[in-house]
Design a protein. Sequence first.
Length: 116
Amino acid sequence: MKFSVLVAIVPEEQEQECIDAARDLGAGGITILSGRGISNTAKKTFFGLTYDGSQSVLMMVLEKGLSLQVLKAIQHVLMPAENDSQGLVFTLPLEHLGGIDTSQFQKFEQHLKDNF
């Protein structure tokens, strides 16, 4: 079985919606980090104060086929209109893996049987 790491950088206010989309497809554990980004566009100011929107970084280890489905679901949340993305989601191949709960393997295997 091959695995991928899925990373999604999402606005904090869309964090739960992205988590729900991933979980609905069978994602198990999700690591959530707080962050803030620097964009190439001018920052919003309010009474002279600069507002940097808070972001969440969601990371999850998924079976390779499932990772593409989760990526598309999160992309749908982040990009409700064409060319209006509110975040970033990508996958990386995973070569070595240790410490994953064996019940997660069973969920991945069941997902493969159900969907392929």
